[in-house]
Design a protein around this ligand. Sequence first.
Ligand SMILES: C[S@@+](CC[C@H](N)C(=O)[O-])C[C@H]1O[C@@H](n2cnc3c(N)ncnc32)[C@H](O)[C@@H]1O
Length: 243
Amino acid sequence: MSVFDDPGLFGRLWAAGYDSPGNPDPAPAVDFLADLADGGPVLELAIGTGRVALPLAERGLALHGIEASEEMVAQLRAKPGGDQIPVVVGDMADVQVTGPFRLAYLVFNTLFNLVDAERQADCFRNVARVLSPGGAFVIETFVPDPRSFDADEQVQVREVTEDSATIRLHRYDRPAQRFIRQTITFDGDGVHLKPFAMRYAWPHQIDEMARQAGLRLTERYADWHRRPFTADSPSHISVYRAE
Ligand SMILES: C[S@@+](CC[C@H](N)C(=O)[O-])C[C@H]1O[C@@H](n2cnc3c(N)ncnc32)[C@H](O)[C@@H]1O
């Protein structure tokens, strides 16, 4: 198994430290998603440790999750209310869940954790299959900016202490729209690698995957506060609807 074909790898490497103060505040996403949920039920793909799902469930919505990593699910289960959310452990590109759902969502750039275009397209088809008529699929991703790729490929210093140093390196495969990233820690025990990969896509490519799955773009914003999406927006929130 490699970083390109092991969906459980992220959780094995990151679950223990995932809930850090550096993660985005879920409140604006929760407000946005609660508005669209239409009473539910709601499906979160790649639910992780419940950063968004738990506060959304607190609004009285029935939440369901898909998650590739047992380690991430264990973190979710350890939180208040975390044992009330049914989670299917598997790959969001094809794992079977029973709908229909009024709302499905995949946030925090996680569509790009599926590291090839075919798996991303599979994921759209998998969601389209379980949305109720008129149901919404919400995606949040960054907009790739090729002007930053060269800078990303330079060594980035993450942390330096008396006992350790952590750096980060990227290598882009521009034709494949993919990068691999290493977060490398040097300490008294040796060298520790945390590999990670993404297949990034531009909004029009995501729209095409949705269209081929029978989903239509109905809204696009620059952020969860519904600020207008422009050519300079670094990320987008896109709402697709089942016909
Ligand atoms: C950045 S975290 C996001 C977690 C959560 N959605 C949030 O917003 O905090 C990415 C999550 O995607 C999960 N993941 C990665 N690839 C996956 C796949 N193919 N199927 C299901 N989950 C996957 C990881 O295990 C991890 O929990």
